[in-house]
Design a binder for this molecule. Structure first.
Ligand code: NAP
Length: 310
């Protein structure tokens, strides 16, 4: 493949995020040519469509890469098949249901000489790099993570997200953790309280405490039942002032003064990154955000709360 040959890509698991983000981002990126899709109940216009990844790999047009966008509980199997077939793989976040399966896929990708990309879209929010640079030049004392959104607005009718391995409120909060693990010094979970609706197998809210070196502490307040304004804020008290990264990483202010406020282009940036690592022949697989989620479940005290109905 030369630098100018488009990467032939297929999408697997055509649902909300594919329609909202993947298809528009791919349509505008000349590094990719979308040639096929595999989904049990959905199709993508203008490309070859298959009912399963097995049918796509066996009967489909030649592809170099696959984007796997189905829920995390079923992603390992598809990724294993794709990598085994010598394809580069883009994993939606979270990259899997467990750390072990993601590490297994990374080892397989290395052995097969293909690129594996554990994508973390929030790391590409416009304020994140400026926040990372600001924090790298100072000492962070304390951080506060507040992630409160309305599940009915963002995940209407999605059953998998409430099942074991679906992450519950950690599905959005892992976006916060993907930023935190990129911009803040190392932290580890010290305490977690998880609220499980009595009729669901995944939490709807949580409070989490973290600690780091030299007295650094952080706390998280996460909730999936917030109606009205949505809150996706990371605040850090530092020796150089108070850093507030809000709107999921889009807006950055230092001591109340706006530093960055640009429209987001997370998925275009994700596909630029994927094209770059495919061309360079490397992988990008960071399990740090997933590890914090696993630790919160390991340490978490379980509270049973009111049932959740869509
Ligand atoms: P979704 O629409 O519920 O699921 C995507 C598609 O996956 C479904 O339409 C379905 O297509 C397929 N699928 C569902 N269950 C499956 C199963 N058991 N086995 C095989 N395929 C199955 O979910 P989504 O919102 O697009 O989210 C998918 C992934 O993207 C998640 O990991 C999520 O965290 C991530 N993500 C979502 C958003 C968002 O705003 N929604 C944002 C960023 C990232 P078929 O029935 O046609 O096979």
């Amino acid at each position: 493949m030369t630098a100018r040959t488009p990467i032939r890509i297929a999408i697997v698991g055509v649902g909300k995020i594919v329609r909202d983000q993947h298809l528009p981002a791919l349509a505008k990126n000349p590094d990719f040519e979308l040639v096929a899709a595999a989904s049990r109940n959905a199709t993508v216009e203008g490309v070859a469509n298959f009912g399963s990844i097995e049918a796509l790999l066996a009967e489909g047009p030649a592809v170099d890469a696959l984007s796997l966008c189905m829920p995390p509980q079923v992603r390992y199997d598809a990724a294993h098949k794709a990598i085994s077939a010598g394809k580069h793989v883009f994993l939606e976040k979270p990259p899997g249901a467990t750390i072990s399966e993601v590490e297994d896929l990374k080892a397989l990708a290395d052995a097969k000489g293909v690129t594996l990309f554990a994508s973390w879209h929030s790391r590409y929010a416009p304020g994140v790099e400026a926040a990372r640079k600001f924090l790298a030049g100072t000492t962070v004392r304390k951080a506060s993570l507040v992630w409160k959104e309305d599940v009915r607005r963002w995940h209407p009718g999605q059953a998998w997200i409430w099942e074991a391995g679906g992450f519950g409120v950690f599905d959005p909060f892992i976006n916060c953790l993907s930023i935190v693990t990129h911009i803040l010094p190392p932290l580890h979970v010290t305490r977690a309280l998880l609220d499980f609706p009595e009729n669901r197998d995944a939490p709807v809210a949580a409070r989490i405490d973290f600690a780091g070196a030299n007295g650094l502490t952080a706390s998280a307040d996460i909730d999936w039942l917030q109606t009205g304004p949505q809150t996706w804020d990371i605040v850090a008290e530092t020796d150089a002032g108070r850093m507030a990264l809000s709107s999921g990483g889009a807006k950055l202010a230092i001591d109340g003064k706006p530093v960055q406020d640009e429209p987001e282009r997370e998925y275009p940036a994700l596909y630029e990154r994927f094209a770059g690592i495919v061309r360079d022949g490397v992988s990008d697989v960071d399990v740090a955000p997933l590890r914090h989620v696993a630790d919160a479940f390991l340490l978490g005290k379980r509270n049973v709360v009111a049932p959740f109905f869509d």
